[in-house]
Design a protein around this ligand. Sequence first.
Ligand code: NAD
Length: 250
Amino acid sequence: MANAIRRYEGRHAVITGGASGIGYRTAERIVSEGGTVSLWDMDAARIEEARAKLGATASGIALDVSDPAQVEKAAQDTADDFGKIDILICSAGITGPNAKVADYPIAEWKRVFDINLNGLFYCNRFVVPIMQKNGYGRIVNVASIAGKEGNPNASAYSASKAAVIGLTKSLGKELVHDGITVNAITPATVDTPILQQLKPEFIDYMLSKIPMQRFGKVEELASLITWIASEECSFTTGAVFDISGGRATY
Ligand SMILES: NC(=O)c1ccc[n+]([C@@H]2O[C@H](COP(=O)([O-])OP(=O)(O)OC[C@H]3O[C@@H](n4cnc5c(N)ncnc54)[C@H](O)[C@@H]3O)[C@@H](O)[C@H]2O)c1
């Protein structure tokens, strides 16, 4: 897994949702560039598979990001084990069901918000003080084009991702003097296991909205994330990066 580019030597990254999809591919890239990673994910079996593939520099914590006590403990345990957290990539997320607002199950609405927004807030909330101790940090929050445009039949997901954008803009401004940048990305559809949570006709709708007429690849996502999460990306904070095959118009 050696890579000629070594942007992550000496850096430790926490990646929520790091056992699958975008998070896992980003973990691979960071490890290949000399960094170490902690995968925070609720799927313990997938964490073990991911760690076996990534090798000795990867560790994992099985947790539910929607439980603030578990997130606080994971942040403390990670800081104790690695001495610091340089990078936080919040990729854990779910789609929730496809349904119209008038039919949307209220328990599912709350679950989507608990994971996509509240869980991401807890991770930002408990990792920032650890970064502040070192005067350095890079936070990348994975939002979605749905948070900018609103996808029909996906109101909870769209609203939770819009809120992630708002949180990112707010926190970015709070930390401008702390050496910590906070940015969000807004992907259009990417081919990962999360698509199994959606109705086929909804996936067709999302593909029809992408001018390039294809899904994003996890490699493309990892490439953007690992630039934003590197030292090189130093003059951008509270910002939103598009990666949508031409779908985004702002
Ligand atoms: N794939 C897409 O089309 C797409 C597009 C835009 C945004 N996103 C966002 O990208 C992020 C990553 O998605 P992905 O496509 O890699 O999906 P994925 O399903 O492959 O990975 C998501 C990971 O999050 C973990 N997770 C879910 N709930 C959790 C919880 N409560 N606590 C801890 N871990 C939890 C899952 O176990 C899984 O490993 C998500 O936030 C998603 O909303 C995905």
